[in-house]
Design a protein around this ligand. Structure first.
Ligand SMILES: Nc1nc(=O)c2c([nH]1)NC[C@@H]1CN(c3ccc(C(=O)N[C@@H](CCC(=O)O)C(=O)O)cc3)CN21
Ligand SMILES: CC(C)C(=O)C(=O)O
Ligand SMILES: [Mg+2]
Length: 269
């Protein structure tokens, strides 16, 4: 457990909301273990995402579907134990939030045993989101490319290019905010649409492959260190090649997000 004195220095959702109001970009990276958690935390990254991308970069699967709630609790506990300041966000894995009750049964141990401060779930699951928030569980939405639906989509492809699709994404984003979500992730959508959604919402919007005009950015840590298995998405950038240590690469990423140098046009759609 985090000592009480330390917990006073931990970032909260209100700090992230204030950053959006002040126009300061929010930096976020994934981590799955204590060592990287501590390193990222000390570099001043505001949000650590314990992503179900761990199914790919840690477990070696070709999708995020095999990840279990037990896996997520384990990795969230590893990350939460080592950070002092960063906000810890944890993914709800595939098929763990089909109903409000199932979502509560799975989100509760992620917070209680795992130490997550907020849980993230993919799609416009409005009833699930409002129920979790009612139970005191902060929720992050996730729209655009939904990796847990890869078998329905037929691949990891850019979403929201058609006008009707774009309209639906904006509508869903507003509904997610209305349902009480405190954050929203937008993945792999045109930069102009992500900019429009970020402006329309009061809550902070964090992008990945969603252009520079979101309120913050997230990358899979192993992609920005250029060590993930398989092909890296076009929206990621190798921050290690121009740094002499992992610490420096993470500091450079944070600075590039703050100064809006990352993402550039070549990382956007
Ligand atoms: N290592 C890693 N990085 C990620 O960003 C990531 C994961 N794993 N696992 C879960 C999801 C899957 N993600 C992905 C994976 C591949 C692409 C990709 O290759 N996209 C194509 C776009 C193709 C198009 O134009 O439609 C690309 O070239 O970037 C995108 C997102 C994002 N997430
Ligand atoms: C790609 C990010 C947003 C994610 O959900 C993950 O790492 O699992
Ligand atoms: Mg995920």
């Amino acid at each position: 457990m985090t000592p009480y004195a330390d917990s006073l220095k931990m970032l909260s959702i209100s700090h992230l909301a204030a950053m959006k109001q002040a126009g300061e970009k929010i930096s976020c990276l994934t981590a799955y273990d204590a060592s990287f958690s501590a390193l990222i935390d000390q570099a001043g990254i505001e949000v650590i995402l314990v992503g179900d991308s761990l199914g790919m970069v840690i477990q070696g699967h070709n999708s995020t579907l095999p990840v279990s709630i037990t896996d997520m609790i384990y990795h969230t506990r590893c990350v939460a134990a080592a950070r002092r300041r960063a906000f810890v966000l944890a993914d709800m894995p595939f098929a763990s939030y089909a109903t409000p009750q199932q979502a509560l049964d799975n989100a509760a141990p992620l917070m209680q045993a795992g130490g997550a401060q907020m849980v993230k779930l993919e799609g416009a699951k409005i009833e699930v989101i409002s129920f979790l928030v009612e139970q005191g569980i902060p929720v992050c939405g996730h729209l655009g490319l939904l990796p847990q639906s890869v078998n329905c989509i037929g691949g990891y492809k850019v979403q929201g290019r058609e006008p009707l699709q774009a309209e639906k994404l904006l509508k869903d984003a507003l509904a997610i905010e209305q349902a009480g979500a405190g954050l929203l992730i937008l993945e792999c959508i045109p930069a102009a649409l992500a900019a429009q959604i970020s402006q329309a919402l009061t809550i902070p919007v964090i992008g990945i492959g969603a252009g520079a005009d979101c309120d913050g950015q997230v990358l899979v840590l192993y992609d920005m260190l250029n060590i993930s298995v398989g092909n890296r998405p076009r929206f990621s950038k190798n921050f290690l090649s121009s740094a002499d240590s992992i610490e420096q690469a993470v500091l450079n990423y944070r600075q590039a997000v703050k100064s809006v140098e990352f993402p550039a046009a070549e990382h956007s759609y």
